[in-house]
Ligand binder design. Structure first.
Ligand SMILES: Cc1cc2nc3c(=O)[nH]c(=O)nc-3n(C[C@H](O)[C@H](O)[C@H](O)COP(=O)(O)OP(=O)(O)OC[C@H]3O[C@@H](n4cnc5c(N)ncnc54)[C@H](O)[C@@H]3O)c2cc1C
Length: 305
């Protein structure tokens, strides 16, 4: 169960209460406040709080540009201009605080994003729940043969069954030992901060994670991307949907320039110019390495942007 009964009761109480405010609110995100969206088998993401909306970005930008922004006729145009030109600080005026429940191995990737404020469940202070991530059969993939950092086809038959059995049995055994070591029944009981050593990386943890919109976009750019590991990507995709409800104009610009856009090197731009003039450019004449050329062709083919 993703939410404990206590957490559900807190959420119900928070959702039942409404407050009047003079602050800017985003109607789309107001609807989402406190709702826990399930991710993976036991995880969730819920919005705890937020500050700002599309107009907060515009408001901040107009302070820095003053009369200079008058030629940009509307808010959407200004937001697109800021995104296009990497004028990032106006996006930092918006903040969001999420409560996330996620497997520890996903948390290790997530925590590398240093530009956030984090408060995690303490396994020194509290006992972790018996909740382990076990991939759904269609997410149980073989090692990729072309990408050392990726996965290939889905495991089949006896191998898939055996892997799932190992994952379940090993998690169960590790947790049984964890409980046994903690127990003060007829023994001293090992400290919680030590007993947790035994737990595997697929156990779930929880944290509050607060960040601003600029850094959230950076996180989403990397983790909602097809190169990101599936288990963090599903969180990022869900958060991206929430961001679309919070700051629809900024999210649209982000999708256009960052998620759907592509970076080209000077060599890449030069190759496109030559191609437009009718030249048959090849990897050998492009000045690019084989890997660079493959990625460049993928961008042009729409296979990988
Ligand atoms: C597909 C993929 C594969 C990866 N593989 C690996 C891997 O094999 N091994 C590994 O260790 N990591 C790996 N990472 C993690 C990656 O290297 C980054 O640590 C992670 O994506 C966080 O990015 P960031 O540092 O830009 O984000 P943040 O920490 O949020 O920082 C945002 C930006 O702030 C600036 N910044 C923040 N802190 C500092 C600082 N202390 N000094 C200077 N500038 C700072 C930088 O400009 C940075 O880009 C991988 C990430 C992805 C998406």
């Amino acid at each position: 169960m993703p939410l404990s009964p206590d957490q559900q009761a807190d959420i119900d109480a928070a959702r039942a209460a409404t407050q009047q405010t003079r602050r800017a609110t985003a109607p789309g995100l107001e609807e989402e406040l406190f709702t826990a969206h399930e991710v993976l088998d036991h995880g969730f993401v819920r919005v705890v709080d937020y500050m700002g909306d599309d107009s907060a970005i515009v408001q901040a930008a107009r302070v820095s540009y003053g009369a200079g922004t008058r030629h940009v006729s509307n808010d959407e145009g200004l937001i697109r201009y800021l995104m296009r030109h990497w004028h990032s600080t106006p996006f930092e005026m918006c903040e969001i605080k999420l409560h996330v429940k996620l497997p520890v191995f996903v948390a290790r990737q997530w925590i590398r994003h240093r530009t956030a404020n984090v408060n995690e469940y303490s396994a020194r202070y509290s006992i972790l729940d018996r909740e382990f991530y076990v991939p759904a059969p269609d997410a149980l993939a073989a090692q990729s043969t072309t990408n050392n950092q990726g996965r290939g086809d889905v495991l089949q038959g006896e191998e898939a069954e055996r892997v799932l059995r190992y994952l379940r049995e090993d998690s169960t055994r590790a947790y049984d030992h964890y409980e046994e070591m903690l127990s003060q029944d007829g023994q001293q009981g090992l400290a919680r901060e030590l007993a947790r050593m035994n737990l595997p990386a697929n156990i779930y943890t929880q944290w509050y994670w607060k960040t601003d919109l600029h850094n959230l976009f950076h996180f989403l750019r990397l983790r909602a991307d097809s190169h990101a590991q599936y288990e963090i990507r599903v969180y990022a995709e869900l958060i991206s949907d929430l961001v679309a409800k919070w700051v629809p104009l900024a999210h649209k610009a982000f999708e256009d320039y960052r998620l759907g856009g592509a970076n080209l090197s000077a060599k890449g731009v030069e190759c496109i110019r030559r191609m437009l003039k009718g030249e048959d450019v090849t990897q050998e004449t492009s000045g690019m390495s084989k890997g660079e050329w493959r990625e460049f062709v993928n961008i042009l083919d729409g296979a990988d942007v």
